[in-house]
Design a protein. Sequence first.
Length: 80
Amino acid sequence: MSVVIYGKKNCIYCSKAIDLAVLEHLDFEYLNIDDAQNKANLLEAFPNVKTVPQIWVDGFHVGGYHEFAATIETKTETIT
């Protein structure tokens, strides 16, 4: 499972998303939107996005932290 997390510093849910990815041993990429190019890429994909984190799992946008956690839980249940 590959994960892309767009976030920013001092964002508790961004940190929680990273912690969950690490805990689950997922291959993930964190893109900080304080970097202008990362922010531009996020806004190109979702022009009206207002919050972070914004998370993709295996190329599909799942939403924020809570949706990510639910996706992980669902995929873990499917595997076991």
